[in-house]
Design a protein around this ligand. Structure first.
Ligand code: HEC
Length: 99
């Protein structure tokens, strides 16, 4: 959460409220993103390979991970996908709301 806020501040967005996120934790989502997604998608704000389609949409993430072969390893990387997907979706939501 604080890391997400810091990123907001760096972009001078400085939002005063936490974005609604459907139960996901955007701070945890950001660290998951850095670990598992940024290698291919880079900075989320660049929307490389349409990564922001997953903003606040964990079901799209789950189906993308199942559909696209470069991302299928994620299904085994996460012991349970549901919470990581919700967290990353929430993080992407905070990024999308600033772009
Ligand atoms: C090994 C490289 C790789 C990694 C790692 C990766 N992706 Fe992707 N992702 C891709 C590619 C390639 C595409 C584009 C697929 C296409 O359009 O053919 C894509 C597409 C997407 C899309 C768009 C899907 C759609 O249907 O609109 C989303 C959302 C996405 N990735 C989310 C993520 C997230 C979140 C992570 C980390 C948990 C992640 N990706 C990790 C390679 C990767």
């Amino acid at each position: 959460m604080f890391v997400a806020r810091l990123a907001c501040a760096l972009l001078l967005a400085a939002a005063g409220t936490s974005p609604a996120s459907g139960g996901g934790n955007p701070g945890n989502g950001q660290s998951l993103y850095q670990t598992w997604c940024s290698g291919c998608h880079g900075s989320a704000s660049n929307n490389l390979s349409s990564v922001l389609n997953g903003a606040n949409n964990s079901s799209l993430l789950l189906s993308a991970w199942a559909t696209y072969s470069p991302m299928q390893f994620l299904q085994t990387a996460f012991p349970s996908e549901t919470q990581p997907a919700a967290d990353v979706a929430a993080y992407l939501g905070t990024v999308a709301s600033r772009t």
